[in-house]
Design a protein around this ligand. Structure first.
Ligand SMILES: *Cc1c(COP(=O)(O)O)cnc(C)c1O
Length: 675
């Protein structure tokens, strides 16, 4: 029988090695077990010049493919594409020596490092849910970010990770290649595609991944797409950004997509503009700006990429350099990619209200042009199965939860409903059971108050705050009940300061020992990733977030937690500023005062640790009271407030704002100009 759909797919998408590798996976109406038709429809729409298509650029994508919309494959999963074993560092050292944590699952596609990547992944998924004519542009990182290993008495050892893109379900190499032009040489990039399906599998967004590992390239060029965010030297750093921007624009041209809007995440992607502007007259360059939108994700000064003029001159053609120098030069003479991005974009946005304030202070000349769209998380990736079932049981008032997460706000109407109160507690305990059984060898128990801090290790996030005075933790445990504390996070391999925090935490946990293990269990998990992130953000009782204000741009892990009724203990920073009056837990610590950015290395450790311990004691008491006087406890009220707050801090609300406030108005400006 003739497979018309397949024939259509193959005229639209030229798969490299289709017959030898993918003919069993694609065909008979299926794409790795998912319906093929949505891909064909999306590919056709993206080629239609009448559509207002969007190209979304990001260095990294965390798609959570290990547990969300996981593709099926006819082949057995290669060992290198499975989640490796991870060790644990705890104050129960015997267990650390004897056991490790093993999950039998596909690895999540390792082309992300953390929050930015998860946000990009969640955004693309929501674009699919909204059926937008959009695509993603990123890079195929052959060695991922890095694998974290713990060495006793040493700390974090970063290892390269290895995976096999050719056998990764849903990922396909294309025959298409693009060539980008530099000052003295050309670089060839191979293109890959991955399709991100909507929750209902009725639409798909192509994610195009660029790959420098082709036979035509020199060895040092091939290496550019091995590890994400390498910063060994400024050439590598610059080239990774050049590949994303130049390569991304060349790729959409090569694939025949008439893109209207280029959405750049961070200054990382700014070379997309340079590629588009090449050879244009000044007036046309002005016109081009109308097609570019820019989202800044960092409030830390060091987070804004800077290069010397020489760095750029050495790599790029003269005209490209001149354009960059014109729009991106700071007073110091350096080229600042944030400045460059702000000067060329028709729309600039921060990722929370607080972040907008901080950006406006840092760049007063741009004050009126800096807006904000607060981040969100993709609800169907991060709401656990038990919670989704719970919400479906209570329809109404929570109508249509699988199409409209904004209806979660209606849980507030269930506060007096004892059946709901009982069931939310049960659903939470089901999630907690999963976490405790994963860490069963460390004797983690479902009825012990469990706190988690898990995120990127960076100074301003104050990873070691909760361990400031371990004796106080034991005192609290004796007074109100035992504590389980879970910590996890990676420090960038070149972040020496970050490295010392991991050392400090291990040292304190080692000294604590297992004498009081029934009272205080502390486990540090190796290799924090999306998979662990999902288990932790749904399985613990309290989500701890203690950045030093105002340095957290948004933060998103707390948003994953609230969707699962996990109570927050947090400083007032990032997204929390917009939610702190919702009764979602305890807000504590140093407060940002208007107009004063301060120094991210001050950190106010002593005072904030004291407040943290005081709050922890209160919260633990409230938690334990739920077992005694059962359902009327304040703890369950907070859990419900958390879920209701999740109605706002998700990507459905976020994408509505991007669409209405940014992309649509970007197109209007463009149309107005043409009239
Ligand atoms: C959500 C997530 C992050 C971002 O968390 P923050 O709260 O922004 O620090 C980082 N890493 C992983 C693996 C995540 O899942």
């Amino acid at each position: 029988m003739e497979d018309i759909l397949l024939r259509e797919f193959r005229t639209l998408v030229d798969v490299d090695g289709f017959e030898s590798r993918y003919s069993k996976e694609i065909g008979n109406g299926k794409y790795f077990g998912f319906p093929l038709e949505p891909i064909v429809r999306a590919e056709k729409r993206l080629r239609d010049a009448k559509e207002q298509s969007i190209a979304y650029f990001s260095m990294e994508y965390g798609l959570a493919t290990s547990f969300y919309n996981t593709f099926q494959s006819q082949n057995v999963t290669q060992l290198e594409n499975k989640t490796p074993r991870n060790t644990v560092f705890s104050n129960y050292r015997v267990a650390d020596y004897l056991f490790d944590v093993k999950v039998d699952s596909l690895i999540d596609m390792p082309i992300y490092s953390g929050g930015l990547g998860v946000l990009a992944g969640d955004t693309i998924k929501t674009m699919a849910d909204f059926k937008l004519p959009a695509l993603g542009i990123g890079i195929l990182w052959h060695c991922g970010y890095f694998r974290q290993e713990f060495w006793f008495k040493y700390g974090q050892v970063p290892e390269k990770m290895h995976w096999d893109p050719y056998s990764y379900p849903g990922l396909i190499p294309l025959k298409n290649t693009v060539t980008i032009k530099l000052r003295d040489e050309e670089v060839r990039l191979k293109l890959w595609k991955y399709y991100v399906y909507s929750y209902k599998r009725d639409y798909a967004i192509p994610l195009i991944l660029l790959d420098a590992e082709t036979p035509d390239n020199r060895e040092d060029i091939k290496m550019l797409t091995d590890q994400l965010y390498r910063s060994d030297n400024s050439w590598i750093k610059l080239m990774q950004r050049v590949l994303l921007g130049f390569g991304g624009v060349s790729a959409v041209n090569n694939l025949g997509y008439p893109i209207k809007i280029f959405h750049l995440n961070e200054g990382h992607a700014i070379f997309a503009f340079v590629e588009k502007a090449r050879g244009l007259a000044d007036k046309q360059v002005e016109e081009l700006k109308k097609h570019f939108c820019y989202t800044c994700h960092t409030p830390v000064q060091a987070g804004h990429d800077r290069f010397s003029q020489d760095d750029i001159k050495r790599v790029l053609q003269e005209n490209d350099f001149n354009l960059i120098n014109k729009y991106g030069r700071e007073d110091s003479g350096s080229i600042n990619l944030t400045l460059l991005s702000m000067n060329i974009a028709s729309s600039i946005n921060a990722v929370s209200k607080r972040h907008q304030e901080v950006m406006q202070l840092q760049f007063p000349a741009y004050k009126d042009r800096i807006g904000y769209v607060t981040n969100g998380v993709h609800p169907y990736t991060w709401i656990s199965k038990d919670y989704l079932e719970l919400f479906k049981k209570f329809t109404p008032p929570i109508d249509d939860i699988e199409s409209n997460p904004l209806s979660l706000v209606k849980v507030l109407g269930l506060k007096e409903n004892n059946d709901f109160r009982r069931q939310i507690w049960l659903a939470h305990n089901a999630n907690k059971k999963g976490l405790c059984s994963l860490l069963g060898k460390w004797k983690l128990k479902e009825d012990i108050f469990t706190v988690c801090w898990a995120r990127r290790i960076a100074a301003y996030k104050r990873p070691s705050l909760i361990l400031y005075d371990v004796d106080t933790l034991i005192e609290i445990a004796r007074k109100v009940g035992p504590l389980q504390i879970i910590l996890a996070g990676k420090a960038h391999p070149n972040d020496n300061l970050g490295f010392t925090f991991i050392n400090e935490m291990m040292d304190k946990v080692d000294k604590l020992g297992d004498k009081n293990y029934d009272m205080l269990k502390i486990v540090i998990l190796e290799n924090y990733d999306i998979y662990l992130g999902r288990i932790l953000t749904s399985g613990v009782d309290l989500w701890l977030n203690n950045p030093y204000p105002p340095f957290e741009a948004s933060g998103t892990s707390g948003m994953k937690a609230i969707l699962n009724g996990v109570v927050q203990m947090t400083t007032s920073d990032g997204w929390v500023v917009e939610a702190e009056n919702n009764g979602i837990g305890k807000i504590f610590g140093y407060r940002y005062s208007e107009g004063k950015i301060g120094n991210e290395f001050d950190r106010s450790m002593k005072d904030d640790a004291q407040e943290l311990y005081k709050g922890l004691e209160e919260l633990a008491a409230q938690y334990y009271s739920t077992f005694k006087n059962n359902l009327s406890s304040k703890w369950i009220d907070m859990m419900i407030n958390c879920v209701a707050t999740g109605a706002h801090f998700n990507t459905y609300r976020m994408l509505d704002e991007y669409k209405n406030l940014i992309w649509d108005s970007c197109l209007e400006k463009e149309r107005a100009l043409k009239v």
